[in-house]
Design a protein around this ligand. Structure first.
Ligand code: ZN
Length: 667
């Protein structure tokens, strides 16, 4: 390969990175993309391809490097240089006026100007940029010490990792959040995977930013809004609003709805304008933050040990409507998870009548302190399923008794278990009628085995009549016995048997998903099916092998291994195979092919056998040739290299030594 090519590649890589950064900013910050997703993907994969071909041109702030490698053992604790103080809250216009009056007293006059911003309901974060690069991101923690969450913060696509025009050191404060639409999609996925759903975007964001695996964090699609410069070396600006506008101009996502107000009257108009409009935003807001605009005035006002005097949060009243909580019932899902559900006196919320609302889990019931008979706040908050968000304590009747968390499954009476690291309570009885029913419904659902002729009521009928006992027994169903069931006839019986016949051919990933293995959604099922190719192969390996699959974390790996180790499931797999349900899939071993297409020539004496190096290179997709030509990508030269080295230098082929080769082989 000629040096000319290398230079051209370096130039193109630089160009692509700038283009991608620009389009990221337009897409994630301005929500005004200039190019289609397809064109963006083209640019991205061109960059990935070039960085694969020229690994030494890779840099940590390249857009391809947002997601770092493996899981961290734990999060490091970091002390904040400037403490992250909290804000005092005010709940009425009167309290806001009292705060303002105190300001005027302290300053001896009205402040020069105020800034009003939306208060985003997320997780506060400190972002330190050194020489224009994101150096460290730390959670608020207790305000003095927080967790180092740099790896996960890098996955936030809204946030620029490298910025031209920043001073040598700057610390920016922001709020990490999860969009309502993202939470909705995430909860849908989690429902499918039999995982606990998040109660609200803030909980989900708080969990995601502290995940130990940034690949998983990246899947949560977090966002961030910057709202403050905490310190800087080499940037001076008295006005807070002007400093945020400056950040915005540099490409930072800045808190939307920012406004400079001349006085309290304008702040109140700002509050009024957002009181309703905020519900149309795709993220949760719980109030307005009012700040003194001038840095000099802020310094004069100072802070207490806990909070700053120059800013205050005005909190909106809770969303939704109030109604009476008539009862708390418990539903049992496919994996045995018990979910508390509120039965309500019907009330209209966001355009529809609501008489049931989720309480998520029993910890949430305890957190809310909700009792049967209470008046409660019910809201939809961007989700389909309404939820109980609060209790009107003043209206509690003296005889309302605290809710007792169930100790037994309401369907089968088996004592419930609380699993380690899980908030959920579970019925461990695999024969629990609620669990069996839900499991069958999942097995035949869309995306799983997709047997449309088996709606919920028909399934129940088959279970009740003892015609089906496990998933494999579906293929024992016969037209004659089905046709005799009340409501069935020859035709519908025939249709179902034909449909089951056809379902034998569903691909392995669909069957794997249909099993309803905890944490295994459609995506994980696909990855596992492609890598192992058959149920037999999946049953034969342990969690370590599952974890080697890109995209499969330790939690999924352990769950899959546990599922296949269960004698009950082993017998199910055998019984399915006996009935011709044993799909196979072509195997893709998913190994590292990052050197694909490169041609190496090896010469001179090296510390390792040439045959060994050749094998390793080929495993990663490269080929090894005997002589140097214009097509050669790299010449690996050991000691006493002779004519091949001379030839390579003559025609401009890149020459590397053994150490550089080892680096490439390590990926
Ligand atoms: Zn049960």
């Amino acid at each position: 390969m000629a040096a000319k090519d290398l230079k051209r590649a370096a130039r193109r890589i630089d160009e692509l990175r700038q283009l991608i950064r620009r389009h990221d900013h337009r897409y994630y910050v301005l929500a005004d993309p200039e190019i289609s997703d397809f064109d963006y993907d083209q640019l991205f994969s061109e960059l990935e391809e070039l960085e694969r071909r020229y690994p030494h041109l890779q840099t940590p702030s390249s857009p391809t490097q947002r997601v770092a490698g493996g899981p961290l053992p734990g999060l490091d604790q970091v002390a904040h240089t400037v403490p992250m103080l909290s804000l005092d809250n005010s709940y009425s216009r009167d309290e806001l006026e009292a705060w303002h009056a105190r300001l005027c007293r302290e300053l001896g006059r009205n402040p020069g100007g105020l800034a009003a911003e939306l208060k985003i309901d997320g997780v506060s974060i400190s972002l330190v940029y050194v020489d224009g690069r994101l150096d460290r991101a730390v959670t608020r923690g207790d305000g003095t010490v927080g967790d180092d969450v740099t790896a996960n913060t890098r996955t936030i696509r809204q946030l620029p990792l490298e910025v031209d025009g920043l001073p040598p050191l700057i610390e920016i404060r922001g709020e990490v959040y999860l969009a309502r639409s993202t939470l909705k999609a995430l909860n849908r996925e989690r429902r499918e995977e039999g995982q606990r759903e998040f109660a609200n975007p803030r909980n989900a964001a708080a969990g995601a930013i502290r995940l130990l695996d940034s690949r998983e964090a990246s899947r949560r699609r977090l966002g961030v809004w910057c709202y403050q410069i905490a310190r800087s070396e080499g940037y001076e600006e008295d006005s807070h609003v002007a400093s945020l506008e400056w950040l915005s101009g540099l490409g930072f996502p800045v808190s939307p709805g920012l406004e400079r107000c001349s006085g309290l009257g304008e702040v109140e108009a700002f509050i009024g304008s957002w009181e309703e409009r905020r519900h149309d935003l795709d993220f949760d807001t719980d109030g307005i933050v009012v700040k003194v605009d001038s840095a000099a005035e802020r310094t004069a006002l100072g802070s207490t040990a806990r909070s700053v005097r120059w800013a205050v949060a005005y909190k909106f009243p809770p969303e939704g409507r109030t109604t009476k909580l008539l009862d708390i019932i418990v539903q049992v899902g496919r994996t045995g998870v018990l979910t508390p559900v509120a039965v309500l006196a019907p009330v209209e919320v966001s355009g529809s009548t609501v008489s049931r609302a989720t309480l998520h889990n029993f910890d949430e019931v305890t957190r809310l302190g909700v009792r049967v008979g209470d008046t409660v706040w019910v809201a939809k908050g961007g989700e389909v399923i309404p939820k109980v968000v609060g209790v009107v304590a003043a209206e509690r009747r003296p005889d309302a008794r605290p809710y007792a968390v169930p100790e037994e499954c309401p369907e089968c009476g088996t004592p419930v278990v609380r699993e380690v690291e899980e908030v959920a309570l579970r019925c461990p009885n695999p024969d629990c009628p609620a669990v069996v029913g839900a499991r069958f419904r999942h097995f035949v659902a869309r995306g799983a085995m997709e047997i449309e002729g088996l709606g919920g009521r028909l399934l129940e009928q088959l279970i009740e009549n003892g015609l089906i006992t496990d998933e494999a027994s579906l293929w024992d169903l016969e037209v004659d016995s089905l046709a005799e069931l009340p409501g069935w006839g020859e035709l519908s019986a025939n249709n179902l048997v034909n449909e089951l016949e056809e379902a034998r051919g569903r691909p392995l990933n669909r069957l794997l998903f249909a099993f309803g293995i905890p944490h295994v959604g459609e995506r994980a099922a696909k990855l596992l099916a492609r890598r192992f190719g058959s149920l037999e192969a999946l049953a034969a390996v342990g969690p370590e092998e599952f974890e080697e699959v890109d995209g499969i974390g330790p939690v999924i790996a352990a769950a899959v291994a546990e599922w296949f180790a269960n004698p009950r499931h082993q017998s199910l797999v055998t019984r399915l195979a006996e009935r011709g349900v044993d799909p196979r899939m072509e195997i893709d071993d998913g190994g590292d092919r990052s050197l694909a297409g490169l041609i190496f020539v090896i010469t001179g004496s090296l510390s390792r056998p040439r045959r060994e190096l050749k094998e390793e290179l080929e495993k990663m997709g490269a080929s090894v040739a005997g002589s140097v030509s214009g097509k050669t990508s790299y010449l690996v030269a050991g000691e006493n290299a002779g004519s091949k080295l001379a030839r390579a230098q003559e025609i401009g082929v890149t020459v590397i030594d053994e150490t550089e080769l080892a680096k490439m082989l390590d990926g």
